[in-house]
Design a protein around this ligand. Structure first.
Ligand code: NAP
Length: 558
């Protein structure tokens, strides 16, 4: 028997929790959340690898919708770690009584749109079936682990783990020879912590990247008070910046200052630490010459920190402009290579040939290992959605529709999939932002949209394929207006997963601009969407309005 409900939400992370609260408590819809994990938390439930910590500063890494929640919650550190974030989300669930509508430990395997009934029929891996009018995917952008197909893994005599599925009971690394593959944001966080306990750590680096110190620290009582008293202002900044962080991008170009001033600005940003390094000049992401100055500064730092010249050269031999791949922040990453128990293997010079029963064999040597840590990232953005067999109108499969890359309008809906919404889906700012801020905007837009449908007796909404095409063009245009398009070998392009189409997936026009576009679309009666009443043909919307105006919003947003 199907469980009949109004709305079904997949995933109980930041997005799913707020979507449940909004649909159930604001709109009064019967709503259920299905979550594959054993508890809430999404990315923070799964990513418990050594050194895991949020890269967004805690005072902006939160929901802003509830003043009361903000007043009662206090973060303890500049960057919260998984236990504290899980406590925060637990508090949110308790405060808004969310758990009673969340089903844990059940993975959605398929969702099929029944056109006659205007219902989504959803099946889980534990044999339950749900029928819902609205289906919201809150599955996260980085939740589908990418484990590279390296020959021999099955023969490995030791243990191996992917950072995104780290055992909750932890892994005892004491006395172990650990090999870590991957040096993205995760690997850069993990290596220093692994090195502190392991007998030996071998870091297998394919592409080096730039990292800036995080400078994590406990928050002072003064700062905590400032946060408590300035919520509205923090929110206002986070909502007005391109990336949803609570810091503004400096209103100057690199060429506006002298080389000495520029050096002092970079020194200060390095000393302050964090993603704010990107905000030192407004043209870092649009002007190659400007970006080169930041890149050179950071490469010089690596060479100054790492004592072994060969290792320093391999770490600093970075082939893409600064921040065109997601910039990591770290705690003692480069210093870790000065330890006696850490070795760097430069895979560009000495590629992995296979995994053997004893360890990893590269072209020049076999590295004996007890544990392999795959810090190899995710099948980002589309992976978690396409892991579910989603079928829309006429049985069309999302996997087929997106074979050449994701097709969405605003990253919120795909054509032919009525009443199916994606939170921070491909084509939205999502991973280029401080996620909770982007999530809140999407949840509120989706909730308003569903409220509008119900108020106006409209049964379903789906995007006009023409608007989808124009939005896709605009997403490309926004990426091409920045240097992001110069790092084709990034997961933003899907380049980390063999066979995945090379399409720039997130929207680089900036969250503030994107928010305005979404508001404008809604204000124009959901311009670019088709709204249907059952038994009627579509209600024609004013076509071309907003969709045609995207081009006006030209220029860099990141
Ligand atoms: P990632 O950025 O995709 O990095 C994966 C690493 O594994 C890269 O160095 C990659 O090298 C390497 N790799 C992949 N396949 C390989 C292979 N077959 N052989 C050798 N090396 C291989 O993944 P991530 O570090 O997990 O980060 C993903 C995203 O998650 C981040 O960009 C960020 O958005 C988010 N994240 C956030 C936080 C935070 O806020 N605290 C922390 C961690 C992650 P190539 O570059 O050559 O492909």
């Amino acid at each position: 028997m199907d469980v009949e409900i109004d709305a079904l939400v997949i995933g109980a992370g930041f997005a799913g929790l707020y979507q449940l609260h909004s649909l159930r408590d604001r709109l009064g819809l019967s709503t259920r959340v299905l979550e594959a994990g054993g508890d809430l938390g999404g990315t923070w439930y799964w990513n418990r690898y050594p050194g895991a910590r949020c890269d967004s500063e805690s005072h902006a890494y939160r929901y802003f919708f509830s003043r009361e929640l903000n007043e009662e919650w206090e973060w303890s550190e500049r960057y919260p770690g998984p236990p504290e974030i899980l406590r925060y989300l637990g508090r949110v669930a308790e405060k808004f009584d969310l758990r009673r509508d969340i089903r844990f430990g059940c993975r959605v395997v398929s969702a099929r749109y029944d056109e006659t009934a205007n219902r989504w029929l959803v099946q889980t891996d534990v044999g339950e079936r749900y029928a819902a009018t609205y289906l919201v995917a809150a599955v996260g952008c980085l939740s589908s682990a990418n484990i590279p197909d390296i020959p021999g893994l099955g023969e490995f005599g030791g243990r191996w783990f992917h950072t995104g599925k780290w055992p909750h009971e932890g892994v005892d690394l004491a006395g172990q020879r650990v090999g870590q593959i991957g040096t993205g944001s995760t690997g850069i966080q993990a290596a220093p912590v692994i090195a502190q306990t392991a007998a030996h750590l071998t870091v297998f680096q394919r592409t080096p990247t730039y990292s800036v110190p995080a400078r994590n620290a406990p928050l002072t009582p003064e700062f905590k008070r400032w946060v408590r008293e300035n919520h509205a202002e923090i929110r206002a900044i986070a909502c007005s910046t391109p990336n949803g962080h609570a810091f503004r991008i400096a209103d100057r170009n690199v060429a506006d200052v002298t080389p000495d001033e520029r050096q002092a600005i970079y020194e200060a940003a390095w000393a302050r630490g964090g993603l704010q390094f990107r905000a030192t000049f407004r043209d870092l992401m649009t002007d190659q010459a400007a970006n080169d100055t930041a890149a050179e500064f950071l490469k010089a730092r690596i060479r100054a920190i790492v004592r072994d010249p060969k290792t320093a050269a391999a770490l600093a031999d970075i082939d893409h402009p600064y921040a065109t791949k997601r910039p990591p922040i770290d705690t003692d990453y480069y210093e870790t290579f000065n330890r006696g128990n850490v070795t760097l293997v430069d895979l560009r010079a000495d590629p992995i040939e296979r995994i053997t029963p004893r360890g990893i064999r590269t072209r020049s040597a076999e590295h004996a290992l007890d544990i392999i840590v795959f810090a190899t990232g995710f099948d980002a953005m589309t992976g978690p959605l396409l892991a579910i067999d989603i079928r829309g109108r006429d049985g069309r499969a999302l996997r087929e529709e997106w074979r050449a890359g994701p097709q969405t309008y605003l990253g919120l809906q795909a054509p032919g999939f009525p009443n199916f919404f994606t939170i921070t889906g491909p084509g939205s700012p999502s991973v280029l932002t401080n996620m909770p801020v982007a999530i809140e905007q999407h949840v509120e837009w989706i909730t308003d949209c569903i409220g509008y449908l119900r108020q106006h007796g409209i049964d379903s909404i789906e995007p006009d394929p023409e608007a989808v095409q124009r939005w896709g063009e605009h997403v490309n245009e926004a990426a091409n207006a920045t240097l992001l398009s110069k790092a084709k070998h990034s997961w933003y392009y899907g380049a980390n997963v063999p066979g995945k189409p090379r399409v720039f997936m997130p929207y680089a026009g900036g969250l503030a601009r994107y928010r305005r576009i979404c508001e404008d679309v809604a204000a124009k009666g959901y311009d670019g969407f088709w709204l249907h009443r059952r038994g009627e043909r579509e209600i024609p919307r004013a076509r071309g309005g907003t969709a045609g105006e995207f081009a006006v919003a030209r220029g860099p947003g990141v």
